[in-house]
Write a protein that binds this ligand. Structure first.
Ligand code: CAA
Length: 284
């Protein structure tokens, strides 16, 4: 099945990026969120990010306008997904919230539609089991900033069918991304490897081993990472990082996944990174 019409549910950072890339690659996109105001801000951000690509001569001004024209904002989830071939869910990383969204999507989307989740840590098998169509449930995990990052981690749940997998694999390629296939397991591959590194960097700060700037400098200049782990944690969101560490700790049970107390403290204080203007760094 070739996907030409899809819905993206959740117009936060990831939903915006996914809608941006899908529309730029010719797909007709319904962008769904709970409020008009959130959707209007999302469309402005998408326009701004498309404009960056125009300025860099990656795309033309016409391609930008065509892409924007393919995105339809919607607040009525049921109506928005009634005739799509695929839904990509990108709501906040809260298991029960995602499960409830999947139950609603299962009732409202056509029976043959695929339901994909951009979750970074929640079990695809578990989400699939909340629907009547577990064979058509799959993980499609994008990376921030979506227009720039090459990878899509394709996560196969226990019941995900070969047909669903092949459709989504081909779609990821058609969106200009490089898909990598992983089986459903806590944190998949990306966050099982990335988050313990970020957590360890936070321990280094908490224990006074080095300042956030110096920890990041070590990883940038010594390991050639494009940004240090603490700047990256601020980009991802410290609440998201904590949520993923909690999943790893709970599901895999080993002490090496224990969230750093400083991470917990910063989340409790509302220092969530870029989105709140303050994390390990301050943002204007
Ligand atoms: N939309 C479109 N283009 C964008 C963009 C956006 N949102 N953000 C950046 N860009 C473009 C810039 O215009 C620029 O384009 P050119 O290459 O054509 O010049 C390019 O991306 C690089 O941007 P900048 O020059 O502004 O800055 P930079 O060179 O420092 O790169 C970065 C910024 C791409 C974010 C880079 O620092 C980087 O790759 N960081 C690591 C990001 C990362 O690891 N992301 C994964 C997070 S984990 C995750 O998302 C999943 C999860 O489950 C937690």
């Amino acid at each position: 099945m070739e996907i030409s019409t899809l819905a993206v549910v959740g117009a936060g950072t990831m939903g915006q990026g996914i809608a941006h890339v899908a529309a730029l690659h010719g797909r007709s996109v319904r962008l769904v969120d709970v409020s008009e105001a959130v959707l209007q801000r999302a469309l402005q951000t998408i326009a701004h990010n498309l404009e960056r690509q125009v300025r860099k001569e990656r795309i033309t001004a016409t391609q930008k306008e065509e892409a924007l024209g393919r995105i339809t904002p919607a607040t009525d989830l049921e109506a928005a997904v009634a005739d799509v071939q695929l839904v990509i869910e990108a709501v906040p990383e809260n298991p029960e919230l995602k499960a409830q969204v999947f139950e609603r999507l299962d009732r409202a989307a056509p029976p043959e539609a695929i339901l994909a989740s951009n979750t970074s840590s929640i079990s695809i098998t578990w989400l699939g089991a909340r629907t009547q169509r577990p064979a058509r449930v799959i993980g499609m995990h994008f990376f921030n900033p979506v227009p720039v990052m090459q990878l899509v981690e394709i996560v196969r749940g226990l019941e995900t069918s070969d047909a669903t997998y092949e459709t989504i694999y081909r779609l990821a390629e058609a969106l200009g991304k490089t898909p990598v296939t992983v089986n459903d397991a806590p944190g998949f591959v990306s966050n099982r490897v990335l988050m313990p590194m970020i957590n360890e960097a936070i321990y280094c700060v908490m224990e006074g081993v080095a300042s956030p700037e110096d920890v990041d400098q070590v990883m940038k200049l010594g390991m050639n990472h494009p940004m240090g782990p603490l700047a990256l944690a601020d980009l991802i969101g410290l609440d998201v990082c904590l949520g993923i560490m909690e999943v790893l700790h709970r599901e895999l049970g080993e002490d090496k996944y224990r969230p750093c107390p400083l991470l917990r403290k910063m989340v409790a204080a509302g220092r969530l990174g870029r989105k709140t203007g303050r994390g390990f760094y301050e943002y204007a």
